[in-house]
Design a binder for this molecule. Sequence first.
Ligand code: UD1
Ligand code: CA
Length: 456
Amino acid sequence: MAQRIGALILAAGKGTRMHSDTPKVLQRLLNDPMLRYVVDALRPLFGDEVWAVVGYQAERVRKAFADGTVRFVEQREQLGTGHALTEALPALEAAGCERILVLNGDSPLVSSALLESFLLQAEGADLAFASLRLAEPAAYGRVVRKDGRVQSIVEAKDFDPAVHGSVTGEVNAGVYCLRLDLAKKLTPALSRANRSGEYYITDLVGLALTEGYEARGLDCGNDPSLFGINSPLELVQAEAFLREKILRGLLESGVIIHAPETVRVGPRVRIESGAELTGPCEIYGASRVAQGACIESHCVLLDSNVDADTVVRSFCHLEGARVGKNCTVGPFARLRPGAVMEESAHMGNFVELKQACLRKGAKANHLAYIGDADVGERANIGAGTITCNYDGERKHTTRIGAGAFIGSNTALVAPVNVGCGALVGAGSVITQDVPDGEMAIARGRQRNMPRRVIKS
Ligand code: UD1
Ligand code: CA
């Protein structure tokens, strides 16, 4: 019977070479944190059996993954990758794991397919690791072989050609598969007697071989999906690689993308064939753009849904918004979390919608703030309308009935209701409900009088 296997992501390091206070695994590529990519690659293979060792700003990492897709183990002091593994072993053992796939949290390009094939090749070995062939081994750990057989992995800082032989370009990718009982047995023998003064997970290879176990180095060629990220330069290079891959996939699936080199789309975004993007634009998170919809230039969409045949004109910003079919949005519109536009609604320039709904066919075409509001079907919101939703302590709701007409420059002081088919005169400050079908004017009455002549 196959052994029960769990996955462990090493994610406790600060990432000193990033020169940032943000934990490295929370650095973003196409707006998703690095660790999200690694978790998403593991979940199809491991389901809920995915752990991450966290340490540096552990709380922040846990919070970013509060959705339960990964379980956490804490490494209080970051004493190296070997120490991180040691600290995680009790949790994995308690969960009944007999084998572990261990991988670095700073390899966001890794794919499920690659891990699956690595696991197949690792079957039967006491310990296996993935190796890469690079023209320049840079800071990677070097794989040392003798007569083709793996001897050890030697970290770049500790590598000495006089002792370890000439550089071959075969390096350690940071993906390992090993038996849990073996890890338990060998980790106490790890030592900090090296240039970094850290416990290296990589030393397990030499230790296992010394003890007579089988350790396999599985050659993955120069597969870029295994590249680790240690610096801002490597981060943007990986992001560029990912961006191109996503864009190519979208173009091949029938999305029309103008100036694709200026378009950034996140890995979880769904864009249906027949949709059109006019670069530059950014579409991130769990956004969806349906067939026939068009996103014009300079738009940013985050966790937003745009239904079929809707046009989002240039310079719009949508976050947590739902836009129905056949709507027009912008140019220069802002939809904040909870913004909803039903079918055929219109929202024009400099209109902000927050936690508010423009129902079917409703229009707010110029200069308005609509927050905590429900705008009925076909209602018309005049230029300069403001829902005054905040009294300094709490937010209140504005309800506008179907077919109502709100004149320009109206302040609707919430909580307040404007009835169906009602009309509010321009410049009003509405503090009381307006019944269905009535007209309200709430402003100083105009007085005309003779002009005083000023003698010069
Ligand atoms: C590591 C490998 C190296 C390999 C390379 C591949 C070691 C000693 N070296 O080097 O052989 O070629 O990855 O990318 O493992 N971490 C912890 N706790 C710690 C230290 C690190 O969880 O105490 C985590 C980090 O958050 C990171 C991962 O382990 O995600 C790897 O650490 P990093 O410092 O980036 O190792 P490399 O120097 O890249
Ligand atoms: Ca690294």
